[in-house]
Design a protein around this ligand. Structure first.
Ligand code: F6P
Length: 430
């Protein structure tokens, strides 16, 4: 039989209804589940023992019995480790888990697969994502999200773990919007996954470490042949709006020059810095040696054009000797996104997923599980996880704002990355 308790205070009016193994909490004040539970316990002196913790939505707390997991946007090594850990943690607490194939598109097409310890057991070793991924532009439309919410309700999914990048997290936030979805809006917790490390408020995203290792391995190999032939190599790596991969791989592979979009340099200046690097190397070695230039794909000048203009300028500078300097281009492209996840990416995926599922069961929603945010954050925006001191739960809206700033090169972190690399340009050139 339902039991109802009601509390009134000057600033909030809230109550609790107990029904068998479930409780509903309601309030006229926005609050998160954990705070609400704490307040209720403080006022009533009663513990919520024996009850399954739930998720507060629109002033209503309800139990999570089934979670959905999807991967969306560009895949990233370590996504599978996150899917596996989220599944295992949820199953261990008695929660049913449905995998949603092909991201938000698969959700709209009701492509569900029951996840069990059996079918996720060994996936942590694999790159890509066992759930597959898509970019679903229709999800920008309210009517499409309404349909998605109906489908989630139809399949009994109360909470959604979304593993992906900027667009995927924005989709999760819109889907869980209480004003848009009312009672049907699911709880969502996001996990940052993007090889570009372009998501705000997390120190690392899933997939970055493997991608950097892949680039470094490729550059080591290129370095062997470059040195054998005294050639200049321009290696293009992924990173449409964010040069993090080029920057970190540049340091780790001893590049002579790193080009990244955040520097905002015009093409002519980029060409001249490449010329200066090749000539500087020749002067310091006393002969034309090998030069490694790592360039992010998002840099304004196309890589083939950079090569052509570099060759032209070298012959202007050195005449016949300049003509003999050979430049080669290697575009690593999607090679950087594939491959077996590194141990770090497996751990990162697993640890963030553990924190995400436990936070959802404790009543959190509209958050992202983050790895050691690189900036100080007020407690309304971020709280350290009780389950892992390296992980935080950060507000999704604040995360998306910071991500936009990062992508525009207009945040303290983006500026620091760019200036750190600028300061290193002379060091690299020695
Ligand atoms: O995952 C991010 C990213 O790797 C960008 O660096 C790159 O520009 C883009 O994905 C490529 O996406 P797609 O595989 O859809 O061409």
């Amino acid at each position: 039989m339902a039991q109802e308790l009601r509390f009134e205070r000057s600033t909030a009016d809230f109550g609790l209804r107990l029904r068998e193994d479930q409780f509903d909490l309601w309030s006229d004040a926005p609050s998160n589940g954990r705070r609400f539970c704490g307040l209720w316990q403080a006022l009533s002196g009663q513990k919520l023992e024996g009850l399954t913790p739930g998720v507060l939505q629109y002033g209503r707390m309800r139990t999570v019995k089934t979670i959905g997991i999807l991967t969306s946007g560009g895949d990233a090594p370590g996504m599978n480790a996150a899917v596996r850990a989220a599944t295992m943690v949820a199953l261990s607490t008695g929660i049913r888990v449905l995998g949603i194939r092909r991201g938000y598109r698969g959700l709209l097409e009701e492509q569900f697969v029951e996840l069990t310890s059996r079918n996720v057991h060994t996936i942590f070793r694999d790159g890509g994502t066992m759930l597959h991924s898509t970019r679903c532009l229709e999800f920008h439309q309210v009517a499409v999200r309404d349909k998605a919410r109906d489908i989630l309700v139809k399949h009994g999914i109360d909470g959604l773990i979304v593993i992906g990048g900027n667009g995927s997290l924005a989709g999760a936030l819109a889907l869980s919007d209480p004003e848009e979805g009312g009672d049907l809006a699911p709880a969502v917790i996001g996990l940052p996954a993007s090889i570009d490390n372009d998501i705000g408020l997390t120190g690392m995203s899933i997939g970055v470490d493997t991608a950097v290792n892949t680039i470094v391995e490729a550059c080591d190999k290129i370095g062997d042949t470059a040195s054998a032939h005294d050639r200049t190599f321009i290696v293009e790596v992924m990173g449409r709006d964010c040069g993090y991969l080029a920057m970190t791989a540049g340091i780790a592979s001893g590049a002579d020059l790193v080009l990244f979009p955040e520097a905002g340099r015009p093409p002519a200046e980029i060409v001249e810095s490449a010329v200066k690097t090749v000539l500087g190397k020749r002067d310091s070695l006393g002969h034309v040696g090998s030069t490694l230039i790592i360039k992010a794909e998002g840099v304004e000048i196309p890589t083939e054009e950079l090569k052509a203009r570099l060759d032209e300028r070298l012959s202007e500078e050195l005449g016949a000797e300049g003509n003999s300097i050979e430049t080669r281009v290697t575009v690593l492209g999607h090679v950087v996104r594939g491959g077996r996840p590194s141990a770090f990416d497996r751990l990162l995926g697993a640890r963030l997923a553990n924190v995400a599922v436990r936070a959802m069961l404790a009543g959190s929603t509209r958050k992202m599980a983050a790895w050691m945010p690189p900036v100080e954050l007020p407690e309304e925006v971020a709280e350290r996880s009780d389950f892992d001191p390296y992980c935080w739960l950060v507000d999704l809206p604040a995360t998306l704002v910071e991500t936009e700033n990062l992508l525009r090169g207009d945040s303290p972190l983006a500026r620091w990355r760019a200036s750190a690399l600028d300061n290193l340009e002379d060091v690299f050139a020695i």
